[in-house]
Design a protein around this ligand. Structure first.
Ligand code: NAD
Ligand code: TYD
Length: 336
């Protein structure tokens, strides 16, 4: 089996590459990644010298490059992670989000439809369903209701991918996952930002009242879910992948502070995110029924492992902080 993974140097893509290389001895992986601020080859040092792994540095919006990768590498399966993935950045600067998430996905789909593939798997998100009132949960037929340029771009790419199954019979599958967390997570997202700030005794910025609810999914559980969809799920179908772990943000942050032995007084309420979705909630029933997949990691254990990883990798954190992250942090948080 040969996988073409896009965005394999990012948080979830790199976990997927490491998982495949670890568990499928005869698999080969080609990683196509532009190495934006979020792409980091340090996430892949464990596989970099493996003969089964190939890295291609490039942009999924580059039609010539994508066509040639598809033609020369002849993958059996495409797993499409590459995206601009952060809601706050999409609010500050939507252009790259629209370019990569929509045009990039379109470019890949066009290239894929002219090559015989066993599967084109598109990695989508539960954010396409928008904010959902309690006690409801989204199944795969729940309507889209997007709030941010990020979620709107993911909704567009999700529908575009499905249209290539309906129209061209490209064997597309789509998974919509909830909020991931785990090692190698870029510290712009809630959990790694709070861990790294708390470790440095910096204030922890809580948007609004902190009562927004997210469903937390350990990154390796997500990657196993994607493999379950590719191996056992049906082409033309959509599968939710959730962590069965809904928590308000404030509770997540308090657990981080407790695990690190830091005081709650580090939390600082700041101006809310515009268009902030109050609650995400989804059900995994379809994926579990069809493949037997279930999340394995409990939140407390996953959080402990994540914190331990950040403690054990201060150089990774320091290098991320020394890059453009500093500018982003200033822009996003200075006037909140
Ligand atoms: P990430 O931001 O950590 O990584 C994105 C990767 O894509 C980086 O390696 C980056 O260099 C690469 N990339 C960006 N633009 C590119 C382009 N034009 N060409 C080639 N490569 C490009 O993102 P992530 O958190 O790992 O998310 C991966 C996927 O999973 C995304 O599609 C995201 O929408 C989806 N998703 C994420 C979550 C989450 O909680 N993080 C939840 C559900 C779904
Ligand atoms: P985030 O990790 O950006 O994921 P998403 O917005 O895609 O769900 O944010 C998760 C939640 O945490 C969301 O409700 C916004 C909130 N949040 C804060 O309160 N403070 C922060 O500094 C960040 C980054 C997020």
């Amino acid at each position: 089996m040969k996988y073409l993974v896009t965005g394999g140097a990012g948080f979830i893509g790199s976990a997927f590459v490491r998982l495949v290389m670890r568990t499928q001895p005869s698999a080969r992986v080609v990683n196509l990644d532009k190495l934006t601020y979020a792409g980091n080859l340090e996430n892949l040092t464990s596989v970099a010298s493996d003969a089964r792994y190939t890295f291609v540095h490039g942009d999924i919006c580059d039609k010539t490059l994508v066509d040639s990768v598809m033609r020369e590498q002849k993958p059996d399966v495409v797993v499409h992670f590459a995206a601009e993935s952060h809601v706050d950045r999409s609010i500050l600067s939507p252009a790259p989000v629209i370019e990569t998430n929509l045009i990039g996905t379109f470019t890949l789909l066009e290239a894929a439809r002219h090559h015989g593939l066993q599967r084109f798997h598109h990695v989508s998100t539960d954010e396409v369903y928008g904010s959902i009132d309690s006690p409801h949960e989204a199944d795969e037929d729940y309507p889209f209701h997007t709030s941010s340029p990020y979620s709107a771009s993911k909704a567009g790419s999700d529908l575009l991918a499905q249209s290539y199954f309906t129209t061209y019979k490209l064997p597309v599958s789509v998974s919509r996952a909830s909020n991931n967390y785990g090692p190698y997570h870029f510290p712009e997202k809630l959990i790694p930002l709070m861990i790294s700030n708390a470790m440095q005794d910096k204030p922890l910025p809580i948007y609004g009242d902190g009562m927004q609810i997210r469903d937390w999914l350990y990154v390796d559980d997500h990657c196993r879910g994607i493999l379950a969809v590719i191996e056992q799920g049906r082409a033309g179908e959509v599968y939710n992948i959730g962590g069965n772990c809904s928590l308000p943000n404030i509770e997540v942050v308090k657990r981080i502070l407790k695990a690190l032995g830091k005081p709650d007084s580090l939390m600082q309420t700041v101006k809310d995110r515009p268009g902030h979705d109050r609650r995400y909630a989804l059900t995994n029933t379809k994926l579990t029924r069809e493949t037997g997949w279930e999340p394995q990691m409990t939140f407390d254990e996953g959080l402990q492992q994540t914190i331990e990883w950040y403690r054990a990798n201060p150089e990774w954190v320091a290098r991320v902080f020394s890059g453009e992250y500093r500018n982003f942090y200033e822009t996003n948080y200075a006037n909140r």
